[in-house]
Design a protein around this ligand. Structure first.
Ligand SMILES: NC(=O)c1ccc[n+]([C@@H]2O[C@H](COP(=O)([O-])OP(=O)(O)OC[C@H]3O[C@@H](n4cnc5c(N)ncnc54)[C@H](OP(=O)(O)O)[C@@H]3O)[C@@H](O)[C@H]2O)c1
Length: 247
């Protein structure tokens, strides 16, 4: 592994397991110090912190529910306070509330928008106060924003589609400061949210050109590229990392 991120500090929301944990570890392997947020499971978050420290990097686990805008801003500020700077923000924490239209209430709507749209917005707003040229904002969306294969995804797809607009608009706005903003849209990725041996796995694999789920590390590899100096001329982009699900 090269040291593309030496001296950088990253904040990954929802970094206690799944894609967020893989991103935190990959960024650390490439040289970054990493703060991560979690919602409930302190033990899992602490475990990722220990793994990052074992790589010789500094790490910090911050309890911060992304549904709470003030907690998200506080997580950004704590990252800068304890790790000294902020170069890379990865908005990964996501709400995944599915169901038929008639059964999705306002509470589900508010929760989904708060976590998947408002939190990335306020985190970006707080982060750019601290970022200098070379800063990176990477949003984690979903390929469900591009292809509505299954019923029940109205809220989730709406929220993940909003991230496309946020990414483009911020890419435009922050380009003059040499801060890039990109969206990574995973396809089915083997995590506790969507296990590769789950009930819909066979159908999903049938739609996927490569025929199988991603590993969290597959998503993390693309995030690391965008976070690194190698990704410096990519901004406002949506990168599908979905094994060809959307082609
Ligand atoms: N897995 C897939 O197939 C897939 C496909 C497309 C897109 N995605 C997107 O990828 C992202 C990560 O998904 P995943 O599969 O890795 O999920 P996961 O395995 O369920 O892990 C979620 C992580 O995020 C944290 N988290 C959840 N809600 C949070 C909140 N409100 N505030 C702060 N942290 C929160 C969890 O914290 P605790 O441990 O404390 O609960 C956990 O560490 C999401 O945005 C999801 O929409 C996933």
């Amino acid at each position: 592994m090269n040291n593309r991120l030496d001296g950088r500090v990253a904040l990954v929301t929802g970094g206690g397991r799944g894609i967020g944990a893989a991103v935190a570890l990959r960024l650390a392997r490439e040289g970054a110090d990493v703060a991560l947020t979690f919602q409930r499971d302190q033990r899992r978050a602490d475990d990722v912190v220990e793994q990052v420290k074992a790589l010789g990097r500094r790490a910090l686990a911050i309890p911060a529910d992304s549904a709470d805008a003030a907690a998200v801003v506080a997580a950004v500020d704590r990252t800068v306070g304890e790790l000294g700077r902020l170069d890379i923000l990865v908005n990964n924490a996501g709400a995944f509330l599915l169901g038929p239209l008639e059964q999705l209430g306002l509470a589900e709507f508010e929760q989904t928008m708060a976590v998947n749209v408002r939190a990335p917005f306020v985190a970006a707003q707080a982060a750019v106060r601290h970022m200098s040229a070379g800063g990176r904002i990477i949003n984690i969306g979903s390929n469900m924003a591009e292809r509505a294969v299954f019923p029940g995804f109205s809220l989730y797809a709406t929220s993940k589609t909003a991230m496309i607009g946020l990414t483009k608009a911020l890419g435009r706005e922050l380009g003059g400061r040499a801060i890039t903003v990109n969206l990574v849209n995973p396809g089915a990725t083997d995590t506790e949210l969507n296990p590769a041996d789950g009930p819909n796995a066979e159908t999903i694999n049938g739609f996927t050109a490569l025929g199988h789920f991603a590993a969290p590390a597959d998503i993390a590899a693309v995030v690391a590229f965008l976070a690194s100096p190698d990704g410096r001329y990519v901004t406002g982009a949506t990168v599908n990392v979905d094994g060809g699900f959307t082609i």
